[in-house]
Write a protein of this length. Sequence first.
Length: 581
Amino acid sequence: MPSAMERKLGQMLVNDEVISAADLDKAMRQSQETGASLGRVLVDLGLASEWEMAAALGKQLNVPFITLSHYEIDRSVLDSIPEEIVRRYRIVPVDKTGDTLTIALSDPSNIYLLDELRLLTKCQIIPVISFETDILEAIERYYTGAGNEMEEMLKEITDKDLEIIREQELVAGNGHDEDVNDLSVSVDDAPVIQLVNLMVSEAIKMRASDIHIEPYEKSLRVRYRIDGVLQEIPPPPKKFQNAIISRIKILSELDIAERRLPQDGRFKVRINGKNVDFRVSTCPMAHGEKVVLRILDQSNLMLDMRDLGFETEQMRLFEAAIRRPYGMILVTGPTGSGKSTTLYSALSTINDPHKNITTIEDPIEYLLPGINQVQAKPDIGLSFAEGLKSFLRQDPDIMLVGEIRDLETAEIAIKAALTGHLVLSTLHTNDAPSSIQRLTNMGVEPFLVVASVIMCVAQRLTRRICDACAERVEANPDSLAELGTPVDPEFTGWDRVQLYHGRGCQRCSGTGYRGRLALYEIMAIGDKMRDFIMTGATTNQLKKFAIQEGMKSLRQSGLTKIIQGKTTIEEVLSVTVSDEC
């Protein structure tokens, strides 16, 4: 039977002429027969809308109404109630202040539920009304993720599925390639394959650049690198370790029986209508093989240089350099600092049907239309140096060398730059001035360096503040002192600058950051710089001279991004050093 409160609610709807008395009688009979609440029956029968029910409940109980889609709920608030309870009772925690917890639910008249929540959370419960459909959408938005899907997937994986993988490993060890292919079809039908597919698709959905699968003595850890930072996800149990690694090896065409030596491979998948390449590296650890998958998503490649992070003057200098008919441009920075993206963007900008552009890379990360790209294969003699020698016989205009690693490659690249070709390459140095010292340390004569190199570019990647949850923040005076002072003559003091950070929201997974941008240090090699290099100046002297000539350092580039509200003090301090160092 409908409760007294429900009958009172129904009578209120009749008095407000939302429904007729006959409608109320019909709904009450169905409520009695099915056990569903009166409000749910009225909505299901189309006799009242969710809005009308929410308004009537709010009026009856003096409870406010909210639209959950208009709010971004903090993860710490969501974690205040177990997901099982949230899904069972169709509720959503909205806010928590001290020991007061605000809960959105469709029927705040359920005093038994409110009492249970009070005991569970040890908080005072303040109910607010929301549409049930809004609540369900919010639950799916905030709680449904790789962890939940993975948990369901793991329930489907049986010991028989794992046995299939083990059988395949034994056959592979016997060297019967045709049997391996046959068994791989059987494995593709197993839920463990769906588990790997889920892991991969969720990583792409979360904009991850790498997947780390790490074995420990009693556990398996899975982490995604998102915006340059590793984030842990709910892992599968240890017993699935070999099955997951074997599946990835099968995709990458690696030897699944070899567990003692590192292996490298790659594979391609099609997800949501787009092709995504994966580079795979396995390495034997104390408790099994660690696997790292580098995700090369063509759709994430930024080929417009305006999107990379160049400031106006830096863009002017860099674009002028890449449009020069000859010379060498060096892009420097540690692994993962975005050098390849900058070079691909440069090639895309100057790509022209009237020019012959050729690259040699290891590996080719992205295929660019209209550009001839060669994969270096040192094991068969196709090194960077050999590739460059071949290019010089291929009537080139522009050449890209993946990296200058040795004297032979450096000398051939310099020869090409001096004989009418534009050469782009990378070095692993900490800043732009260090590139000159690195070449001379390799054995290149200083006069050849100054004659061929026209620009050195250093870069770092910093996380971008999430646009959806950016808010003003007061800076720590110690952090400001550590940062230093911008070189901009219009800078009037940190007290006049509005600083921002990301509060953390569902769009950025609570991190406060979404996406990355580059900090650039561009050192153009002009006549004065060439003369100074020939004096035998040290790297520190060269850096000071370059700054005097107008070069903006990595730290100064970071300061500009902070003032523009694009990143935070903490990010800039984490990727740059003081210009006094």
